[in-house]
Design a protein around this ligand. Structure first.
Ligand code: SF4
Length: 399
């Protein structure tokens, strides 16, 4: 399994597979063909269907300014739902043609080739294998990560954490309409500042966590800089939970870094053995994964044992199974923004259940990851980031 660095990437929203991945693909392709004098790219599958709302062309053009971009919505026999075919030209002649897949979370893979961040770090194949090693060697999950990846990974995680904090803080200050034409106004500031009369501590906690999730997701929808966690569309869940624990509950930064290491490990297992791409497996792969990662992180922060951490991550994923991806107008706004807040609160509930019931569980985390992948493959393509079904279709009919 690769480094947990492959889960967290800083890039411009609104979609890790539609903006961060294509931007990185274009940049890498251009660097590989320095002798070319012009470029073109054809977008297929989900990139063709929702690329417009997700600003794919803008992201590619920010890497290769004068590239010709074509869109093909007809081709269906694709090896991956997010496919791009780049061509490099010299004096009008094609000197290279490469198929590149945007495989989710901002990662890319060249056809017949490995990805751009391929470094095997973990010999374990799944979460069960990792827990076995931890139990045998008497390691906590963060210690296992630091032992496997080296202490330097802490500096990387610190940078990621600071980027997440900045995302929340920028989002809490802004007001006004989000781009794209749905006339959605930002709500994070309002949620953060408006207290209900006689508000109970529980309601305050939910309101604050939701405000932080909205802040990140609104920044993402506005094409600002966000951290994939594990994707742009689901970027608000982990920061919301951890920002609340750091700034409202006073957990020290070092423990937040440990929690991010655990979340990274969980995301890495999902990414390796299933998918974190909405285009491949629906929203269960994005929001479900983010919720699972946040639950594992929080359980680690609360110093729960290894089995409780695993169970928290399992519960969080299990109750997102089958969740469809149906972004209205192909924008990462409805249902995405609200969904981040709901998933952040659900992560907290998952941890509360795991604390008490972990000894009675029947389903392992690896089982639920496997099930999520199979369920995703069974989902109609209408519900895999094409904006052809669900809320997206309903909105289109009502318009
Ligand atoms: S519905 Fe979920 S998977 Fe689809 S774009 Fe929104 S956040 Fe991403």
């Amino acid at each position: 399994m690769r480094s947990i660095k492959s889960v967290y990437k800083v890039g411009h929203g609104p979609s890790s597979s539609h903006t961060v991945g294509p931007y990185r693909a274009a940049k890498i392709y251009k660097n590989k063909h320095k002798d070319a004098d012009s470029f073109s790219v054809c977008l297929y599958g989900s990139l063709a269907c929702t690329g417009e709302g997700h600003s794919t062309a803008k992201a590619i053009k920010s890497a290769i300014e004068d590239i010709v971009i074509e869109i093909d919505r007809e081709k269906t026999d694709l090896k991956h739902p997010n496919t791009m075919v780049f061509k490099a030209y010299k004096s009008g002649k094609v000197i290279d043609e490469s198929t590149i897949y945007s495989i989710g979370g901002g990662s890319i893979r060249f056809e017949n080739n490995d990805g751009d961040d391929f470094v095997e770090i973990y010999p374990q194949k799944n979460f069960t294998g990792m827990l076995k090693t931890c139990k045998k060697e008497g390691l906590s999950l963060p210690e296992f990560v630091y032992k496997s990846e080296g202490e330097e990974i802490k500096d990387f995680l610190k940078e990621i954490w600071h980027a997440m904090e900045s995302e929340v803080e920028r989002g809490l200050l802004k007001e006004g309409e989000l781009p794209g034409g749905l006339k959605i106004t930002r709500k994070a500031k309002l949620l953060n500042e408006r207290r209900c009369y006689n508000e109970s501590p529980d309601v305050t906690m939910n309101r604050k966590i939701s405000a932080y999730a909205y802040a990140c997701s609104e920044e993402n929808a506005d094409e600002s800089l966000v951290v994939t966690a594990p994707t742009c569309g689901s970027c608000g869940v982990i920061p919301a939970v951890l920002y609340y624990m750091r700034h409202d509950k006073g957990f020290p930064e070092e423990e937040i870094i440990d929690a991010l290491a655990v979340a990274g490990l969980i995301g890495n297992v999902i990414r390796t053995n299933a998918s974190i791409s909405g285009a491949e497996c629906g929203c269960q792969a994005e929001i479900g994964s983010a919720c699972s990662m946040a639950a594992g992180a929080l359980a680690c922060l609360y110093k729960l044992n290894l089995d409780q951490i695993e169970y928290a991550a399992e519960i969080a994923m299990e109750h997102h199974l089958g969740l469809t991806c149906d972004p209205v107008n192909g924008l990462v706004q409805i249902p995405c923004i609200e969904r981040n807040a709901v998933a952040a609160m659900r992560a907290i509930n998952a941890v509360d259940l795991s604390r008490f019931l972990y000894e009675t569980r029947k389903i392992s985390f690896d089982d639920v990851v496997d099930t999520m992948y199979k369920t995703g493959k069974d989902l109609s393509e209408k519900y895999r980031e094409t904006a052809h079904g669900g809320l997206a279709a309903l909105y289109g009919e009502n318009k």
